[in-house]
Each structure stands twice: as C-alpha cells, then as structure tokens.
Design a protein around this ligand. Structure first.
Ligand code: DQQ
Length: 468
C-alpha cells in the first residue's frame, strides 16, 4: 500500500484555503479545466486509462504564480466534467529536489502507472535563485488507481553525467515517451544541439540507452508521436507552439519533417496557448491540450487548460484541430440565423448575449473590409473583442495572423468562456486562443461587416453551461 507524502496534504490544504477566494470570479473560465485555485501551467502526462482521461499539470499550490512545481491531477470520463484528484507529485526537499517540472505519464511495459519528469534543484543566494545541480529526469510510480504516487528507487533515471552526451545543456527537460514498432523511446527538450532520443532497455522504463539526436530542434515540451500514417512533432520554443509533420525511420531513428507551421498563433503579448500535450484514447483519437495563460493578475488563480481538441492530419499534410464532440453536452438552446446579407457595422445578436457561448458561423466575405464577430461587446459598442478576417489576415482579440481562405467561405467556430476565446477556423486549419481584457458587464455579441457585401451563410449559436 502506498501512502501519500505529508507535503501533499499540506499543499492541498493551501489550495483549499484559496478556493473561497476564487469562487464567483466573473472572469474565470467556467467550462475550461482549471485547478481548484492558485497557479497552473503546462499539462503533463495526459493519458487515457481505464475509462478516464487523466490530466496532470504544473501546479503551484501556494500562490497564483509560477514557483516550486507540484503535479496537480484530475480525471474526466467525457473531457467535459472533471474530478480533481489529490496532488500527484511534490518536490522531495529531503532529497534536494525543489521542483517537479514537466514530463510524461502512462504505463510502463508491465502495465504499472509511471511518470517521468524533470527534477530541478535550486538554492536561494543573495544574487537570486541558482540551480544546485544539472537537471535530472526522475520517475515516480503509482498503484492502479493513480491517486498515490511515490518516487522511484531508481532515480535519477537519466542524468547528464551518466546518460547525456557532452554538450547537452544542464537545463535539459520535459521528457516525453512514445512507442513505435514494439519499441519504447523517450525524447527530451532543451538539450542544446537537438532532440536526444533514448530507447528503453527493459519494461521498467527506468533504464535507457542513448540513440542519437532524432531532430535538430531543442525546445520546451517536445511531443513526438504517430498520427495515422504520419509522425507529428509539437514543441514550445518560448513562442507559439510549432508543429512538424513528417516521417520517422526506425532504421536511422531520425525524423524527417515535410510540413511545418504554428499550431495556435494566438500566443502573443504575454497570453495564449503554450506547452502542448496529447492523450490517445480507446477510440484511437489523439486529444490535444495546451496551457492557456495571461489572465488578469491579482487573483488567487491563474491559468487553465485549452479545450480538448481532436488532432488529425489533413490531406495537405498539415494538422487539423477540432473541438471534441463531447463539448456539445454544454449547449443550451440552439439559436439559428441566416442566410442574410449583413448591413454595414455591427448586427447585434441579443438572443446570444452572454459570456459563455459557442458560435459556429459561416460567412461569405465581401470584396473589401472586414467581417466576423464581436464578443464581450459593451452596451454602447465602444468595447468588445474582435474576431475578424480582412481579406488576408485573421484578427482575434489583437492577435493578427495571415490566413488564406483558399477560395472557401470563412468558417469561425468560437468558444467564449468569460475572459477566454478559442476560435477554430475553417475546419480546424488553425485555432487561435486569446485571453481577453474584458469588463464584467460587457456581454453583447454581434456580427461585424465593414465594407460591402458580406453575407452570413449560417449561424448556429448556444449559450453554454459551466461545469464547476
Ligand atoms: N514549464 C515547465 C518546464 C517547461 C516549461 C516548468 C514550459 O518543464 O519547460 O514549469 O512552460
């Protein structure tokens, strides 16, 4: 029988003390996953196990800011309703560990739950915080319920002096495991010269052999996995998450990318989607998650998870992201509009006023100007978050990214959740997430038409229920 480390009970009490302070915050997402209170960043070790989607995440239980990292933990049967579970990982201060950074969780070769993460040790000095040793990759194991975890006696499972090549950076981090051809591999981020690839020596997944660099990329949070016939590499380069789609050779153990781009280009000006992770479920779906950050400060909470997105590869070799269909469970009564020619300016949609909405609309843009939507619009119309296309670029709440309609109509599938919006564009060719600066009372929604001739082909909209 495993017993939880006492530091976990203390950390969870700290989180509980803050719960009352965050309840009722009108800007806090109501149907996105988030911790009970305080800070979250990267989703870690997302995986599907015995009917549940498990999400671990970087969590500071003590303040709503980044700091000593624990692994928060929650599970869901339907990707909509979440159950918070006890904090899974804690820094083992007695072993000199100060922080448990990002990593992977799943089953080892014998079916036992295992997490592999980056163990960070630092000390405070008059000049500030400094690392006490190079980062190490540690493991933790759990019983079948995944509720109680213990650090693995084999730690560290990877360390620079033993398993790293000379020239790897001390701050190598964010191990991620994938399986291919009956073999189990691990990649690591921020190593310096590229992405180190290790192969498991046995079923324990605690003993690894270095197999060379599988790519030149050296970035945070590498996710590398097979998706149908292709291989996908997602990484977080201190800027918007990037994707590469290509081939991986089991002979050369090299990844050859063929298509590349930005996964969610909303990450600008200190907010957006970052540090992706994926889970494969019993239906073979690849579910993508990311950390959304940049909410208003000064609260006892910060950060949430993106909506779970179905990730596929399109015929053009680039990824497609779609909201998982389970999210339809949040819908209240449907509102329909269109087809209709749009008059110049903003056409109010009073029947959809609100701050938790799903809006799925198809527009035929006119010859000039912008068309799209305004959400969180003030009564006088002087404030509001714009989601619009101008013939060349999409703007979502001040993030502007080039977008070629390729001759199609414009389809915007938007999820507004208080001060967060996620916009899936044209069948998930891109998805743009933005945290909004909003006033509580601004609840208006409208269709935008600047210039001539934009036409609403169809709009379906719903107010959405919260899950917390
Ligand atoms: N966040 C973690 C690191 C990772 C970074 C620390 C990415 O492991 O590289 O909280 O946001």
């Amino acid at each position: 029988m495993m017993t939880a480390h006492p530091d976990i009970a203390q950390a969870m009490r700290a989180v509980q003390e803050a719960v009352a302070l965050v309840e009722g915050d009108p800007l806090r997402p109501g149907y996105h996953f988030r911790p009970p209170a305080r800070w979250m960043n990267d989703p870690n070790g997302t995986f599907y196990h015995q009917g549940y989607y498990h999400v671990f995440y970087q969590h500071n239980p003590y303040v709503a800011d980044w700091g000593p990292m624990y692994w928060g933990h929650a599970r869901s049967r339907d990707l909509v309703h979440w159950e918070h579970l006890p904090i899974a990982l804690w820094p083992s201060n007695e072993a000199g560990e100060s922080s448990c950074w990002s990593g992977w969780a799943g089953l080892d070769g014998e079916g036992q739950p295992l997490a592999i993460y980056t163990s960070v040790a630092y000390r405070e000095t008059p000049q500030g915080r400094e690392y006490a040793r190079p980062f190490e990759q540690w493991a933790a194991r759990s019983d079948g319920e995944l509720e109680v975890w213990e650090k693995h006696p084999a730690n560290p499972v990877l360390e620079l002096s033993r398993d790293g090549q000379p020239g790897f950076a001390d701050e190598w981090r964010d191990p991620f495991i994938f399986r291919e051809g009956g073999r189990t591999f691990l990649v690591i981020g921020k190593a310096g010269p590229g992405t180190p690839l290790y192969e498991a020596r046995d079923q324990s997944l605690t003993r690894w052999d270095y197999r060379g660099l599988m790519s030149e990329i050296s970035s945070e949070c590498p996710n590398f996995f097979r998706l149908g016939e292709r291989f996908v590499y997602l990484h977080s380069p201190h800027a918007a998450v990037r994707y590469l789609v290509g081939d991986f050779s089991l002979e050369t153990l090299r990844f050859t990318p063929e298509a590349e781009g930005v996964l969610d280009p909303g990450r600008v000006d200190g907010n957006g989607f970052y540090a992706s992770n994926v889970a494969f479920d019993d239906r073979g779906r690849c579910i993508l998650f990311g950390w959304i950050y940049g909410f208003a400060e000064g609260q006892e909470w910060q950060g949430c998870l993106s909506l779970p997105r179905l990730l596929t590869v399109g015929h053009d070799g680039h990824p497609r992201q779609q909201p998982v269909t389970e999210l339809t469970a949040l819908r209240e009564q449907e509102v329909r509009r269109g087809p209709q020619a749009l008059s110049e300016g903003v056409t109010e949609l009073p029947e959809l006023a609100g701050d938790m909405l799903e809006l799925d609309l198809t527009l035929k843009p006119g010859p000039g100007g912008r068309c799209g939507l305004v959400v969180r619009r003030s009564a006088e119309g002087e404030r509001g978050a714009l989601i619009a296309w101008d013939g060349e670029s999409l703007t979502v709440a001040e993030a502007t990214v080039p977008f070629d309609l390729q001759g199609e109509a414009l389809r915007l599938h938007c999820f507004l959740d208080k001060s967060l919006v996620e916009v899936f564009v044209n069948g998930g060719r891109t998805c743009i997430s933005r945290v909004l600066k909003v006033e509580e009372q601004d609840q208006g929604v409208g269709l935008l038409c600047e210039g001539r001739g934009a036409e609403l082909v169809e709009l379906r909209g719903w107010r959405l229920r919260g899950v917390w």
